[in-house]
Design a protein around this ligand. Structure first.
Ligand code: C2E
Ligand code: CA
Ligand code: CA
Length: 669
């Protein structure tokens, strides 16, 4: 056998008698298991010892039969006590290793001591008593191997230190019975050692697999924690997201209900964010959103005494849950803080953003009985703020509730309305700014409800959109408007309003096209008015619908320009014929230089793009004069005429003819 081989075998053999130093999990498991077995080990040892000492008590000297067993019993008792205490002590890996090593090497003197004691007793006994010593030693070793299963090294030390002298000793007696017992013991010990090896290997494997299982569990837990974190986090702003918001809301709501205190929901919408995104792109829009989110979060975190949970709901919308019994004054204060922070300048190298925010609040129990209802009420307050109080905070109130109720009433009545008898059409002239000739009429819908009386299209058109009735309504109105327009002189055009739902789906636009084809009115005499908001709803679809109408040679007007997102990209990307400047810019054109400036730049823009410009809502001569100076092409408004019934049109056109004839005659004269 080569020397190296021999050396490595020797090293492997000595390792068998050592406690493994490189596997703290295994030694810890050994320590735990062993601390439970130790009382059994000492019990076997002491009870067997006492049984033998008892047999020899009259024949052997006292120090052998009394003193040695007593001292050993006391020592074993102390050791057992020490081990039992270990169960409740938390130990370091190094500590455990040191203790196991001590136990391991203690096996050597203890095993040797018991063997020596047995051999010392042996000469005093008769044949029976001698056999008892042989039996005692064999059984005790087997018992010890069994109890030391988890500490293989110690079990092997005991086996070796007792069994080798044992076999030699009893073979040396030459007594056949004792020799047979020695052989038996050797065989059984061999079998036990084999079992010991198998058991110990399985034990070590079990510890290793338990460790990897625990590691796996920890990894799975970490992964699921991370997933949970991500699932509840908005990826752009790293703020809590919509999902987290609703979870927070329902738990805060349940808590407020139980404790009988108030809880409020707030929804924040940034005003003026969309144009930033549209004009400068996401590379500017995203940092603005992140910064806005950071500012709102800072206000929420510093707000007291109420606790405010905060999340990004999506787009430029953020949500608040205000816990801790907030009253309206608290909510207004919170809204004011947030609004103030949002208005501060942003670090954009391009331009001043002019960002502000509208906030809608609603609180439980004042406004709602469920968390869903509470959210809806806050949403309605926000809607109200956006429409009437932009940049302000609105708290849901009984007036708003009445408004919602009337919305519901309108929706319900609209469902059963007969469009052919209850809907009226009125027509408002669109006049050439310079010649003052009527070039066309915009048709506006009127609803005469038997129950509610006259309802404004500003109320029932959105209601029809909400309940999905806008398409049949648009179709019914278009059929009638076209039939009326057919009776007009050839040069008079018809302007017809479309809603977002009409232009943002193929199902919306195709029926309209077939209605136009069947009407007999040449499509080039029709202008379709589409608001900016409708276009932004689904730009690609809107573009397709507009292209279809253009292909029929209908005209396209962008309605309410200036009130929506006023994104110039829309103007550039759509084949527009006219832009209608919203009447909000006209009312103070002569008093407010800003309005004057805006209209001036818009007319300039239309000029550049060769798009005609229509100004709505002109009510006075002074306004008209200013607009003429600014180069507006067409005018619409009460100054010329309020919307009129179809039957009044003939008269109106005739009077207009006479009036213009009169002025021409005056000029000629
Ligand atoms: P719009 O398309 O901007 O229509 C112009 C609105 O301004 C009309 O209100 C008109 O009566 C009003 N108006 C016109 N001149 C003046 C003026 O000099 N001063 C003032 N203060 N107001 C003036 P109306 O008829 O109440 O319609 C409101 C809105 O409802 C319309 O705004 C339009 O968006 C929508 N609408 C009306 N009819 C229809 C329709 O048949 N289909 C669709 N989809 N929407 C319609
Ligand atoms: Ca219009
Ligand atoms: Ca308009």
């Amino acid at each position: 056998m080569p020397v190296v081989d021999l050396k490595s075998h020797l090293a492997a053999a000595t390792r068998l008698f050592r406690v493994p130093a490189d596997n703290p999990d295994l030694t810890r498991a050994q320590f735990d298991a062993f601390s439970k077995q130790i009382p059994l080990l000492y019990f076997i040892l002491i009870s067997n010892t006492i049984a033998v000492a008892y047999t020899y008590v009259n024949v052997a000297p006292d120090w052998l039969t009394m003193i040695v067993p007593s001292v050993l019993t006391v020592l074993a008792g102390l050791r057992t006590f020490w081990w039992l205490r270990q169960r409740h002590i938390v130990r370091s890996d190094a500590d455990i290793l040191r203790n196991l090593r001590t136990t391991n090497w203690l096996a050597l003197p203890i095993g040797a001591g018991f063997a020596a004691w047995s051999f010392a007793l042996y000469p005093y006994g008769d044949s029976f008593a001698k056999s008892q010593v042989a039996f005692y030693m064999a059984v005790t070793v087997i018992g010890c191997i069994f109890s030391l299963m988890h500490l293989r090294s110690a079990a092997l030390i005991v086996t070796l230190i007792v069994d080798v002298p044992y076999v030699l000793f009893f073979f040396a007696t030459g007594e056949p019975t004792l020799k047979a017992i020695a052989v038996n013991n050797l065989l059984v010990s061999g079998a036990m050692v084999t079992v010991l090896f198998i058991y110990y290997r399985d034990f070590a494997d079990l510890v290793a697999s338990r460790k990897s299982l625990l590691a796996q569990q920890a990894a799975t837990q970490a992964l699921s924690d991370e997933n949970f974190r991500l699932a509840n986090l908005d990826s752009l702003t790293e703020l809590p997201n919509r999902r987290r918001f609703f979870a927070e809301l329902s738990s805060a709501f349940a808590d407020a209900e139980r404790r009988n205190v108030r809880v409020a929901v707030g929804i924040i919408d940034l005003d003026g964010f969309k144009p930033i995104n549209d004009n400068y792109g996401h590379s500017v829009g995203d940092p603005v959103l992140i910064e806005a989110g950071r500012r709102i979060r800072e206000v929420c975190e510093g707000f007291g005494p109420q606790r405010v949970e905060f999340a990004r709901l999506g787009g430029d919308e953020f949500g608040l849950v205000v816990c801790g019994d907030p009253d309206d004054v608290d909510l207004l204060r919170l809204g004011e803080h947030i609004g103030g922070q949002i208005k501060l300048p942003y670090q954009l190298d391009t331009a001043h953003t002019g960002l502000s925010c509208s906030i809608g609040f609603a609180s439980f129990p004042n406004s709602a009985t469920t968390s869903e209802e509470l959210y809806e009420c806050a949403d309605y307050s926000l809607y109200h703020a956006k429409r009437h109080l932009r940049g302000r905070t609105v708290i849901f109130s009984s007036e708003l509730e009445a408004e919602i109720r009337s919305r519901v009433v309108i929706e319900n009545l609209l469902r059963t309305a007969d469009f052919s008898t209850e809907m009226d059409l009125v027509f408002q002239p669109i006049v050439d700014a310079m010649s003052e000739h009527t070039v066309g009429f915009e048709v506006l819908a009127r609803w005469r409800s038997a129950r509610l009386g006259l309802i404004s299209p500003a109320d029932f058109i959105p209601a029809a959109e909400r309940i999905g009735l806008i398409r049949p309504l648009t179709q019914a109105l278009l059929v009638r408007a076209l039939a009326i327009a057919r009776t007009w002189p050839d040069h008079v055009r018809l302007s017809f309003n479309l809603s977002a739902h009409d232009v943002c789906a193929a199902e919306g636009i195709l029926p309209l096209i077939s209605i136009i084809e069947k009407s007999g009115l040449p499509p080039h005499r029709i202008d379709f008015e589409i608001t900016e908001t409708a276009v932004t709803f689904d730009f690609v679809r809107a573009q397709q619908s507009i292209a279809m109408l253009k292909a029929m040679s209908c005209g396209i007007s962008l309605d309410d320009f200036g009130t929506g997102y006023s994104s110039l990209s829309h103007v550039h990307r759509l084949p527009l014929d006219k832009i209608k400047i919203d009447r909000s810019f006209v009312s103070d054109i002569n008093e407010n230089p800003v309005s004057h400036k805006i209209i001036k730049s818009l007319t300039g823009l239309c000029d550049d793009m060769e798009i005609a410009c229509v100004v709505e809502g002109v009510e006075t001569r002074a306004q008209l004069d200013s607009l003429r100076r600014l180069g507006c092409d067409f005018i619409q408004g009460y100054y010329f005429a309020k919307p009129m019934a179809a039957v009044a049109i003939g008269d109106y056109l005739a009077k207009e003819g006479q009036r213009l004839e009169g002025t021409r005659a005056k000029v000629v004269a």
